[in-house]
Each structure stands twice: as C-alpha cells, then as structure tokens.
Design a binder for this molecule. Structure first.
Ligand code: MCA
Ligand code: AMP
Length: 505
C-alpha cells in the first residue's frame, strides 16, 4: 500500500511540478526568490542530530525532561532497532520526548510513522490503525493497554543505540490523518523531501537558525506541532522547549526567541497581559492553522511590541505561504509563497483569477511541499488535483500585486476549524448517528472568539440529553471533535432533494 517513490500515488496523466524551473512562468505566483530546491540538504534530513555540537546539553526540553540532540538521536536509534520489518508504525502521540524518539526511530528505519491523537476514541484510533496498515503501536512507558488490535510497544527516551541519519527522499516518512467534509479522516503520506522543502522555505522566510530557541505547546500529531515544531528544530539546529500546556505563563517563562501558536493560543496570551508583555524579548511570534483575528493581532502588537507573522498551509501541502520576518505584517495577511511553491487563484470555471488584492478565487497550490495523494484513496486524490497538477486547497483567497495572500473563507462549510483543529462535519454527524436515540444530525461551525469556530450539533433525537450526546461523540473520536452545544430540533431543514440546508440552521 505504501508507495516506494513519490510518483506511485499520482493519478495517471497528472502533471506535477515538484520544483518549478526558473523558466516556468505558469499563471501563478512564485516565491519572490528563486526556488531553493537545489540547496535542500539532501544528505541529511536532520543535520542537528549529528552536528559537531550535538552533545551540548539542554537542546530539546519537554517539561522537565531534557536531552541533547545526540542523546535524542541515540534514543531514536534504539526505537529504529525495534522497527525492523515493520510496514508502518503508529505512535500514541503524547507531547513527550518518547513521541519524538518514536518519530526519529521511524525516520531512521525508513518505516512510515503514523501519529495517533492520544485522546482519540476507539472508533477514530481503530480507523487510523486499520487504514494505515500499521503493525505496531508505540506508546510511552507505563501507558495502559489501549485495546488496539496490534502489538503495543513501550518506548523509552532513555534507551540508547547507534543512530543512522535519515536521508531525504520520496518514500513517506509520516502519515498524518486529516478530516474531509464527509467520512472518516484520510491518510496523508508526507515525504522527507517535502518536509525538507517546507522547513528550508520557512527557515529562509523567518531567518530561522540554530541561534533560536523555539517555544510552543502544540500537539505532535499534526503538521504544525510535529513537522514545524519538532522536525523544524532538528533541521535548523535550534533549541526547542515544549511547555506541555499552552498556558501563557509557561510560554512566557520559557524565554523563547521564536514562538509558534494557533490563534486560540494567541487569543489566550493576549488575554493575559502580564505574560504577553514578557514576550517582548522574543524575535518572532508566528500564528497559523487558522485565521488570526484582527483584534488579537492588534493586542499582541500592543502588548509584545511586535506584530505577529501569519503563515498558511494544510496537512496535504505543508506550509506554503508565509509572511517573511522582514515582510510587511498586516492583520489578515498570510504572506507570500515560500521558496519552491507556486500559487494561483481560479474562478468557478477554473479560469485564472486576477491578483488585485480584492477579487477572491479558489486557491490552488503546486510545488515541492505538496503531497502526492491520499493513502489508498485514488478517488479523493484525483478530485483534489487539477488535470495540470495543481492541488485544490478548498480555501478562498485574494492575492495582491505584491503576491500577498489573504485567506477569506472556505469553499465548504462542512470543514470546521476549531482551536486550530480541522474537523469534518460528516465525521461528527456519523458519530452522533450511532447513538440509538439520534434519528438525524447536522453539524456546523459557529463563530467563537476563542476557538475561531465552535462545533454545534443540531439533532432530531429521543431519550438523550445534550451531555449524553457530547459524551457519546467523545467516546468515539478525539476531544476536540465533541460538539460544544447540542440543539434539539423537530426536523432538519432540507431542500427538494432531501439535502440538509445548513445555512438555515
Ligand atoms: C473540549 N472540552 C470540552 C469540550 N471540548 N468539554 C465539554 N464539552 C466539549 N465539547 C474540554 C477539553 O477537553 C479541555 O478539558 C477543556 O474543555 C478546554 O478545552 P479547549 O477550550 O478546547 O481548550 P484546550 O484543551 O486548552 O485546547 C485549546 C488548544 C488546542 C490548546 C489551543 O485546541 C490545541 O492544541 N490546538 C492546536 C491544534 C493544532 O495543532 N492544529 C494544527 C493542525 P481539559 O482542560 O480537562 O483537558 S495542522 C494545520 O492546521 C496546518 C498544516 C497548519 O496550517 O498548521
Ligand atoms: P489542516 O489540514 O488541519 O492542516 O488545516 C488546513 C486548513 O487550515 C487550511 O485549508 C485553512 O483553511 C486553514 N488555515 C491554515 N492556516 C491558516 C491561516 N493562517 N489563516 C486562515 N486559515 C488557515
């Protein structure tokens, strides 16, 4: 099932540009600088782990647990030895050094790693394990038996073995699960080449170097926390402090130079002025995964003395557009394509849209960071790419004459962003419908100052309370997929074809 090269999952006939050539003008927006594909470090994916100073203590800190890069590599080496012969290995992705060691073990052994949200209910977890074909579940030591149907192997970050440096390449290193509008989450294989291109593009945009101290508290089963927040440190060689919880006081006390957060975290930092003021010493505050509200942008600028930079991406494309450290920081603007990435806008007929800063169009992306296709889902893959190889993001954007992008909405209301998490309305509806009292369900995202959107479920049901249904969903899926509110209705508004009219809810 796993492709051996980056081309195996592409639909026949699809033309892609992994790295646009200098003469390829296309109709899109190109990174202002020439693509750096040629300068990607193809020898080593994570050079910090074998650098001359890899023995320096204190490089990577998760709470009170601290390791040097060299010790972390040796912990990864010990995991790699246990992965011999595995097809894919799932990891219960707690925010710990054990998860980092497990990911490194997979990278080193050439075994795709499949992070599983640690709070995933059995339905979500079993889907991920089954769909990915993982034959092992790596967990922190002392983790209770999960009940998963595959062998559970405890990982210790204190084990040591020799480290084999992972190479860049086109075979999947990670498979991350992400929601669509309907059905269970889909697997997104991510190659070392795509990771390297993304991280090098961001390092260039943000002047991200080994002199930085990166601080965040993001989950380790998504691109933001795992690819940027962990592998980014191991590629640039910067120190990393994961604070466990994204509490403003913990973030401030870490004294970082570079901070990553989702808008919900920045909203909470802005609401804690004493902590926010302590971020004045930071070099760069970065927001992503969802739109940063203008009010939070303004509050951060006021309290920290600097405007945050926003960047935009998706699980399928990694991060593709970013405000540069030396770029103009404006609320709502997510910046320009990173090196190696092209973007374009198209209208409803697929024709190129103007880059005038006001006309919205469907945003399409191609380039070195874009995935090749969903795991085992050729139908979904071909629906996501145009015939000439551009990925349809599903986001609606404007692009101005300087190439600055603004995300102005999503084409589908059935993808909800709550706390930076992407949640498909269909997955939550399916979970609600497995409750014996529920006859119909429609799930929507409602604006929320803290979460961006909150999940609200409209149900036709007998003999169940709202709390029952929230707990029922939590029993199957991850915590953040629970509806915050349940509204009981007599019937759902439907059109003549029987389709629920969510705009009328
Ligand atoms: C949650 N709780 C609930 C419900 N939902 N209780 C009752 N009913 C519900 N429906 C509980 C939670 O379990 C928690 O309990 C408490 O309420 C507070 O929850 P919440 O408000 O959600 O806050 P939080 O748990 O502190 O989480 C906020 C967060 C989190 C830390 C910002 O949303 C987060 O880490 N988001 C990051 C998502 C992310 O990494 N996305 C990147 C995707 P208790 O306190 O007991 O636990 S990658 C991506 O998007 C692309 C590539 C990109 O651009 O980055
Ligand atoms: P995910 O697959 O969880 O990575 O979610 C990707 C989606 O997050 C994108 O399609 C956008 O809708 C949204 N997103 C990510 N970054 C931003 C941003 N800076 N501004 C607005 N939306 C964003």
């Amino acid at each position: 099932m796993y492709p051996q090269s980056s081309h195996d999952t592409r639909p026949a006939g699809r033309v892609t540009a992994r790295c646009p050539s200098a003469t390829d003008t296309g109709t899109g927006v190109r990174a202002a600088r020439p693509p750096r594909c040629g300068s990607v470090n193809r020898v080593s994916l994570l050079p910090a782990l074998t650098a001359d100073d890899a023995d320096e203590p204190g490089a990577v800190r998760f709470g009170d647990h601290v390791l040097s890069f060299a010790d972390l590599a040796a912990a990864g080496g010990a995991v790699a030895r246990r992965l011999t012969g595995a097809r894919a290995a799932a990891v219960l992705a707690t925010p710990t050094l054990e998860t980092v060691a497990a990911v490194l073990g997979g990278l080193s052994a050439g075994v795709p790693i499949v992070p599983v949200p640690p709070d995933a209910g059995p339905a979500e977890r079993d889907h991920i394990l089954r769909d990915s074909g993982a034959d092992l579940l790596l967990t922190p030591p002392g983790a209770p038996a999960t009940g998963a149907a595959i062998e559970q192997v405890a990982v210790s970050a204190d084990d040591r073995s020799s480290w084999t440096d992972p190479r860049a390449g086109g075979k999947p290193a990670l498979v991350l699960y992400t929601s669509g509008t309907t059905g269970p989450p889909k697997g997104v294989p991510i190659t070392p080449d795509a990771i390297a291109a993304c991280l090098d593009g961001l390092a260039d945009a943000w002047r991200w170097t080994a002199d930085d101290l990166l601080v965040h508290a993001l989950p380790l089963y998504h691109v933001h926390g795992l690819v940027l927040g962990v592998l980014g440190a191991l590629r640039t060689g910067c120190r990393l402090h994961h604070t466990g919880r994204p509490h403003p006081d913990l973030l401030a006390a870490a004294g970082g130079s570079l901070y990553f957060g989702v808008p919900t975290v920045w909203h909470r930092v802005a609401a804690a002025p004493h902590a926010a003021r302590r971020l004045r010493q930071a070099r760069l505050l970065v927001s992503g995964s969802a739109a940063l509200p203008a009010g939070v942008f303004a509050a951060l600028r006021e309290l920290t003395g600097q405007a945050p930079v926003e960047r935009y991406g998706m699980t399928e494309t990694l991060i593709t557009v970013a405000t540069r450290a030396d770029g103009h920081r404006q609320p709502g603007a997510v910046g320009v394509p990173i090196a190696g990435v092209e973007t374009r806008l198209v209208d409803e007929h697929g024709a190129p849209g103007p880059h005038d800063g006001t006309t919205p169009g469907a945003l399409e992306i191609r380039g070195a960071t874009v995935f090749d296709g969903y795991l085992g889902r050729p139908d979904a893959t071909s629906a996501s790419f145009t015939g000439d190889g551009w990925f349809r993001t599903g986001d609606v954007a404007t692009i101005d004459a300087d190439g600055v992008h603004r995300i102005v909405g999503r084409a589908s209301t059935d993808l909800i962003k709550t706390g930076g998490y992407r949640v498909g309305a269909g997955e939550v509806e399916d979970a609600l419908l497995t409750h014996p009292g529920v006859r119909e369900a429609a799930v929507v995202g409602r604006p929320d100052d803290d979460l961006g959107q909150r999940i609200v479920a409209y149900v036709v049901a007998d003999g169940a309370t709202g709390d029952d249904l929230i707990q029922h969903v939590a029993g199957q899926l991850s915590n953040h997929k629970r509806p915050r509110d349940v509204v009981f209705v007599e019937e759902l508004p439907r059109n003549a074809l029987g389709k629920v009219q969510k705009h009328r809810l």
